[in-house]
Write a protein of this length. Structure first.
Length: 280
């Protein structure tokens, strides 16, 4: 991650609408990266204790649009199902030139602009999809900008998103549903792997506590190795696999007909489809 520099140029207020787990992770990241609390305002009817703790440092809670002052960016971290309902209350914070950064799954640039401005135009919207490792600064976010977003606004959006991990930009918004399915939902697939690996260990005779620890540490350690290594995932897999050995026997099952390849292809396709439905 970059240090203070990506956020140093920001003037005015960053308004965060929605301070749940992902919104809260972003707020924490901005403060950790050196963005002054006086630049931050949160719109959240039910703030957690963690969010309330930020108020003592100067973060503002539920200011009116007038009280928020000059808004440098309006970040929407609401659940997509709640966004349209909240739209009328959010409109006063956004005008025709406001930078809007959305991390809502499925909501298109056009739909976001229509709810916030009443116009079915692209506006100055950046649509982004982070994932939950953002909570520890190890997230991956993919973003796409509407054509009206200026270079300065894109720089601001990049800095705000990069505070919780790495950022990739794409030019085709049509990719965002598949992005959501792969990296946005992906952590759940990895956690399921840890669950099921532990369960399989118990079925093979291991005590529950030991099986759970082995599965958890194996998934976490393998992920860290993948993160640090320059080798591709398939090479790392091959490095663990001796011909005719125990790993090879397991991989024959996982890589066989109806195995992990088929399951993940179907899972990602289902998540992609659902992402598209959320915008409707």
């Amino acid at each position: 991650m970059n240090a203070v520099q990506p956020l140093a140029h920001i003037q005015g207020t960053i308004v965060l609408a929605g301070a749940g787990k992902m919104g809260g992770a972003m707020l924490s990241g901005w403060l950790a990266q050196g963005l002054g609390a006086h630049h931050l305002a949160v719109i959240e009817p039910h703030p957690s204790e963690e969010i309330r703790n930020y108020l003592a440092g100067g973060v503002r809670l539920n200011p009116s649009a007038k009280e928020a002052g000059n808004i440098a960016a309006f970040v929407v971290a609401l659940k997509p199902q709640a966004f349209r309902e909240a739209g009328p209350a959010l409109k006063p914070y956004v005008d025709a030139t406001t930078l809007v950064v959305s991390i809502m799954a499925g909501m298109t640039i056009g739909a976001i602009a229509e709810v916030l401005t009443g116009k079915d135009v692209a506006g100055h919207v950046v649509r982004a999809m982070p994932n939950t490792p953002a909570a520890i600064g190890r997230g991956i976010t993919v973003a796409v900008a509407a054509k009206n977003v200026s270079a300065t606004q894109r720089e601001t959006a990049d800095g705000l998103l990069r505070a919780t991990g790495s950022v990739e930009w794409v030019n085709d918004e049509g990719l965002m549903d598949a992005v959501t399915a792969v990296s946005g939902s992906g952590p759940a697939y990895i956690f399921l792997l840890a669950e099921e690996l532990a369960r399989a260990g118990i079925a093979a005779g291991l005590p529950e506590r030991l099986a759970t620890k082995l599965a958890r540490e194996t998934v976490a350690g393998s992920g860290e190795l993948l993160h640090r290594s320059d080798l591709s995932a398939d090479v790392l897999r091959q490095n663990v696999t001796s011909p005719g050995g125990t790993t090879a026997a397991a991989l024959e099952v996982l890589m066989g007909k109806g195995g992990l390849k088929s399951l993940l292809t179907r899972a990602v396709a289902a998540a992609t489809k659902r992402s598209k439905q959320l915008a409707q």
